[in-house]
Each structure stands twice: as structure tokens, then as C-alpha cells.
Ligand binder design. Structure first.
Ligand SMILES: [Zn+2]
Ligand SMILES: [Zn+2]
Ligand SMILES: [Zn+2]
Length: 238
């Protein structure tokens, strides 16, 4: 019988040695990393918009790749297809989280794929403020449904944009299919309860004050929707 103990000890020693080497190397860079981290939290010296150059810019987006510095109009234009990005505004000497909705972003349903505008697009009074839950947080959005003759019902319009509505009559909350899929994996691998997952999303949205995150429903509704989806999936796969 081959004794594997010495080789296991050697492998573990190598592992610790590698880990220690890494930490020792990092200590040499510690202050450099801290300085670069602080530099990420100051605005550029040139405050003009990276996109139009014509206005003084005050916004950046944490989810866009690259460090772009944008005015409000260009920020909205750049996010037509990215409603779940999280912009920040430089205000009174620091960056503050702001929502695309509060800056004038309208979440349009119905005609984006064909690049046509809904004839009812100018009917601002038909817009509805909704809560939309995605993997990176809980968002408020001003949603504009298609009102053309023969248009799908509101919950189906949402579903065609990969959003699952919490109500079939007058939706005020919707979940992206991504977050439902993500929860399925989270509960399988990490045994996360619906309540903990929901609380995690609130903290991702506002780490300092998670209870301030506005929600139009409680986690029991979230739990019901998850049960509905995942029980059905179990039924169909068993
Ligand atoms: Zn601009
Ligand atoms: Zn972005
Ligand atoms: Zn329409």
C-alpha cells in the first residue's frame, strides 16, 4: 500500500508557502493600492462630458466598463439598453448613488426591438412607477407600456422583456428572469432562504441602510413566486 501522507503534507506546505508569498508580496504594494483606491473616488480634473464635450459632467456609472464621465443627457442616452446600471453623481465633494429613473430614464416596453416608437410615447401620464428586482439590486423604474391597438396585456409585455410580473392585473413589481435563475442556483448551492436572499438584495442596493430600500411587496410574495416557478420546474423534470 502506498502511503500518501507525506505527499499530502508536502502539497499542504506548498499551498501555505504560496499563500504566504502572495501576502508578503501584497504588503509591498499595500500603500500603492490604497492610493489608487482613493484616486478612484475623485472626479477627473477636466469636468467636460466624455461623450458630447459640450456640458459640464457630473455622472459616472459603476456598471459601465471603463471610467466614463458624462453629463445627464449622455448618461441617459448611453443607458437605453442598460436599465439596471447604477450611476453616481458627484455632489458636495463626494459620489452619491442616483437612480436612472430619477434622472429621467423611461423604461419602454413594446417597440424597442423594431426600433419604432409607440405612438402613445408622449403620453407621460400613462407611465407607471414600478419596482424591478434584478441580480444587482432593487430598482425603481418609470415604465411605459405599449398602448397600441391589439397590444399584449401588461404582464405579457413585461414577460417579453424577461420580466416576471408579481400581478396579472396592474403590475407594480416585477422580477427579471435572471434574478429568479440566480436565486435557484443560490438556494441549491448555498441553501439560501427566500427571506435571506431578499434581504441580501436590499443590502446590495443600499449597504448602509438596507431597510430604506423601498419595496412594494414583502418577501412572502417573493417566496410564493419562487415556489410557483421552482415547484413547477421540479414537477416537469421529475
Ligand atoms: Zn454629454
Ligand atoms: Zn452604465
Ligand atoms: Zn405601441
Amino acid at each position: 500500500m502506498v502511503c500518501v501522507f507525506p505527499s499530502m503534507v508536502m502539497a499542504f506546505t506548498d499551498y501555505l508557502k504560496g499563500q504566504n508569498d502572495y501576502l508578503r508580496q501584497f504588503l509591498g504594494y499595500e500603500n500603492t493600492y490604497l492610493n489608487h483606491l482613493l484616486n478612484l473616488e475623485i472626479p477627473p480634473t477636466n469636468l467636460s462630458c466624455d461623450s458630447c464635450s459640450s456640458f459640464e459632467a457630473r455622472f459616472r456609472c459603476l456598471d459601465c466598463y471603463g471610467r466614463r464621465w458624462l453629463c445627464q443627457g449622455c448618461l441617459i442616452d448611453c443607458h437605453i439598453h442598460h436599465p439596471f446600471h447604477r450611476p453616481q453623481q458627484w455632489k458636495d465633494g463626494s459620489f452619491e448613488n442616483v437612480s436612472l429613473c430619477d434622472l429621467g430614464y423611461v423604461f419602454k416596453l413594446g417597440h424597442l426591438s423594431s426600433s419604432r416608437s409607440c405612438p402613445e410615447d408622449d403620453d407621460m401620464f400613462g407611465d407607471r412607477r414600478m419596482t424591478v428586482i434584478h441580480v444587482n439590486g432593487i430598482f425603481e423604474h418609470c415604465v411605459r407600456f405599449c398602448k397600441c391597438l391589439g397590444a399584449n396585456s401588461e404582464h405579457l409585455q413585461l414577460f417579453n422583456h424577461r420580466l416576471f410580473s408579481s400581478s396579472f392585473d396592474r403590475p407594480e413589481t416585477a422580477f427579471t428572469l435572471d434574478v429568479l435563475e440566480y436565486y435557484g442556483i443560490d438556494s441549491m448551492e448555498c441553501k439560501t432562504s427566500a427571506q435571506s436572499f431578499f434581504q441580501k438584495l436590499r443590502r446590495v442596493t443600499n449597504n448602509a441602510f438596507p431597510d430604506d430600500v423601498p419595496v412594494r411587496y414583502n418577501c412572502h410574495l417573493f417566496y410564493s413566486i419562487l415556489l410557483l416557478i421552482f415547484n413547477n420546474r421540479t414537477d416537469t423534470t421529475s
